[in-house]
Design a protein around this ligand. Structure first.
Ligand code: IPE
Length: 258
């Protein structure tokens, strides 16, 4: 099984509140289907989640009553996005089922608790693809918080031991400097913990769950011997399909050892 996260930067237009990239998503779903691979899918929230969450500081937990209506709106908005994702997957011939993180699980001081993952296991056994997503989630210590798709990926990778883990984003991979600022920024095709120590953490996009640097740190955490953890650009046609079918593509591979 291959675990794939379709990031919010690909499935939505992050600069426009609640704009779904329908065509791109449809293409990516077809690429996944065409590859013939067995997959599990997680998706991000993009502009359906980050905008309001940031405005109301939902990532910091419960602070005031006025956040409650924002919580409800974000919860609704990411479910709206999820439903569109589910429809695109079905249209591509993949049988998905929505498993909303905030409705099924809880956090404890920002840590996702998934003690009972029976529903996910049973869906997988039946050949139904559970689709989880970045969501607003209850938190035992903080009242509530944001659970990113990356956190969900970490959990699913631990439990299901996928052969590969793929993060689909809108960048070719990790650069040694911020490519939006430095013209001569170089793509790092293979990242190890040693290389990570030399990369400034400002090479990130500011959103409530961190950017590329934070993502690579999560990916490093998910690598086990023999398991590839890959960051690939999903805005380029066919790249995900090529990666899934074992072709050489532009991407960043994250490895524990050098
Ligand atoms: C964020 O999830 C969830 C909310 C803001 C509610 P992600 O962190 O996985 O979303 P993207 O992929 O960065 O958009």
């Amino acid at each position: 099984m291959i675990l794939i996260k379709l990031g919010g930067s690909v499935i939505t237009d992050k600069s426009a509140f609640k704009r779904f990239n329908k065509e791109r998503v449809s293409g990516l779903c077809r690429e996944i289907k065409d590859s013939g691979k067995d997959v599990m899918i997680v998706h991000g929230a993009g502009s359906f989640g980050h905008v309001l969450s940031k405005e109301h500081g939902l990532q910091n937990g419960y602070k005031s009553k006025e956040q409650i209506s924002a919580f409800a709106k974000v919860s609704r908005d990411v479910r709206e996005l999820n439903l569109m994702m589910i429809s695109e997957l079905i249209d591509a011939g993949i049988p998905p089922v929505s498993v909303p993180t905030g409705s099924c699980f809880i956090m404890d001081d920002r840590e996702l608790i998934m003690n009972n993952d029976e529903i996910i296991r049973e869906y997988v056994k039946l050949g139904i693809v559970p689709v989880m997503f970045g969501d607003v989630v209850l938190d035992r210590k903080k009242g509530f918080g944001i659970c990113s798709g990356d956190t969900i990926m970490k959990y699913l990778a631990d439990v299901f031991s996928p052969e590969a883990v793929i993060f689909v984003s809108d960048v070719d991979g990790l650069y040694d400097r911020d490519p939006k600022i430095s013209k001569d920024a170089k793509l790092i095709s293979e990242v190890t913990p040693d290389i990570m120590r030399t990369i400034p953490s400002e090479t990130t996009v500011a959103d409530v769950t961190g950017g590329v640097h934070a993502k690579i740190m999560t990916m490093l955490d998910m690598c086990s011997d023999g398991r590839d953890c890959i960051l690939v650009n999903g805005t380029v046609d066919g790249r995900l399909r090529s990666l899934l079918t074992g072709k050489d593509v532009v991407c960043t591979r994250v490895r524990k050892k050098g």
